[in-house]
Design a protein around this ligand. Structure first.
Ligand code: ADP
Ligand code: ZN
Length: 433
């Protein structure tokens, strides 16, 4: 039976939800026009007034907000709550540039926690579960976000944070951990460290759920993680600007539910128009109820598609497909667009290949060269050159077919590529160095 955290909201009719979204949007726009110098000026510059918002679709009249806007107004120029109402700051790691600061009122924290309470319940978690939170605690939003979300639903939280991986494995066993939240790459690392300790996560622990995100991963990687570790792995998405990690897949694993009373998601093409249903584009999010740092039409830079029909879990809230890449992650190799996720997808289809890989791009003369370094699985790693050559040529073949650009492949020993505790870095673009 499906368990809803907030049944009234989660299962409301789509039309009723859209009506609520419209009312929240209208209130938000009036509030910002009155209280935010930034939004007031932006709206004036774009010739739009709050009175122009007569329907939910009119959201398209509103100007976009970019990460650059937060940077330009560093640290708190876009906050509209006074400092004495801000109860928390987080600072983004600056993976894509200079760090940005986000702030929360008490209500903001409450809604963030509510969002995760619904999300974790939708993955089948609840009272009795023990969740190991192995996202970084501190300035990064992951650790504290999941921490409060899991506590809200009555689960027991083990605030493990990142690092000291052997200890993480011991605690997982000793405290009968049933769920873990971390990046998919850190879970791979934990699984390997466990094996080195002679422990199988699948057979020797009670772990049954992984809530994995903060970086892109593919469906193929999910299948590998699920069968190797004996768990159900759910995708979780968010960015610090939106509050932090907020939304997950439900047990159906057919997309990430974006709680419509909290956020409105659009997926747009390069010119800013809505893409046709089923097509990919850039995810643009409006947070409908955020107080300290309002976010309207924030261009996340993440590429996905949106599904607005009701989910088979009974929830009416729109779903986004897993993120397949970032607008700014796209590699252009000899004029062909390549996303790291395509490389992962192709590699994970080859059984002899392990989960760790690295893409190195360089320029020889005028030509771009792409090298994919990938680990071979322990059981497939052989001393026989001919065996390795066979694997290598099948990897090259597969990559060439799915990327439409040729690249060289280097097979490396299991365990030889770097492991990551937080977000992984899979691309080295030497053209930019
Ligand atoms: P920073 O990395 O600068 O600290 P954030 O933690 O806010 O900033 O990172 C948010 C970004 O992380 C998203 O815009 C997206 O690119 C990536 N991300 C988060 N969750 C996922 C996910 N489930 N799948 C793919 N990418 C994700
Ligand atoms: Zn669902």
């Amino acid at each position: 039976m499906t368990h809803y955290w907030n049944p009234r909201i989660e299962t409301m009719e789509i039309s009723e939800l859209e009506d609520l979204q419209f009312r929240l949007l209208k209130t938000l726009v009036y509030r910002l026009y009155s209280f935010s110098r930034f939004y007031h000026d932006r709206m004036d510059e774009n010739g739009v007034h709050p009175d122009d918002i007569g329907s939910l679709e009119d959201i398209r009249k509103l100007p976009f907000m970019l990460k650059k806007d937060l940077r330009d107004n560093y640290p708190d120029g876009l906050f509209i709550a006074p400092q004495d109402e801000i109860v928390r700051y987080h600072v983004s790691s600056g993976t894509t540039g200079k760090p940005t600061v986000v702030g929360y009122t008490e209500q903001d924290l409450n809604r963030w926690t509510e969002s995760l309470a619904r999300a974790l319940s939708s993955c089948g978690m609840g009272r009795g579960d023990v969740m190991q939170v192995s996202y970084g605690y501190g300035l990064f939003t992951g650790g504290l976000g999941l921490h409060y979300g899991a506590e809200r639903i009555g689960a027991t939280v083990l605030p493990a944070s990142v690092g000291n991986t052997e200890r993480q494995v011991e605690m997982m066993i000793d405290l009968k951990v049933t769920a873990i939240a971390c990046t998919p790459s850190y879970l791979l690392h934990i699984g390997e460290v466990a094996e080195k300790m002679g422990i199988s996560i699948k057979n020797d622990t009670r772990l049954r759920i992984g809530v994995l995100g903060a970086e892109p991963w593919t469906e193929q990687m999910r299948e590998r993680i699920e069968s190797w570790l004996g768990i159900r792995a759910y995708d979780i998405f968010g960015t610090s600007e939106l509050s932090g990690p907020l939304f997950t897949e439900c047990k159906e694993q057919k997309g990430i539910h974006i709680w419509g009373d909290l956020a409105y998601a659009e997926v747009l093409d390069e010119s800013g128009n809505e893409v046709p249903p089923g097509k990919e584009g850039e995810l643009v999010v409006t947070m409908l109820q955020k107080e300290a740092l309002p976010i309207i039409r924030y261009r996340t830079g993440d590429i996905t598609k949106v599904e607005r029909s009701k989910c088979s879990c009974g929830r009416s809230h729109a779903r986004i497909h897993r993120i397949t890449g970032r607008v700014d992650d796209m590699l252009i190799i000899r004029g062909i667009n390549v996303f790291p996720s395509q490389v992962e997808y192709a590699l994970m289809e080859i059984p002899e290949v392990g989960e760790h890989f690295q893409i190195v791009v360089d320029r020889k003369g005028a030509l771009d060269e792409m090298l994919v370094r990938v680990e071979v699985k322990k059981d497939s790693f052989s001393d026989k050159i001919t065996d390795l050559m066979k694997i290598r040529s099948s990897v090259e073949h597969r990559l060439k077919n799915s990327l439409n650009v040729s690249c060289s492949v280097e097979l490396v020993e299991p365990g030889s590529l770097p492991r990551f505790e937080g977000k992984s870095k899979k691309v080295i673009d030497a053209r930019k160095i």
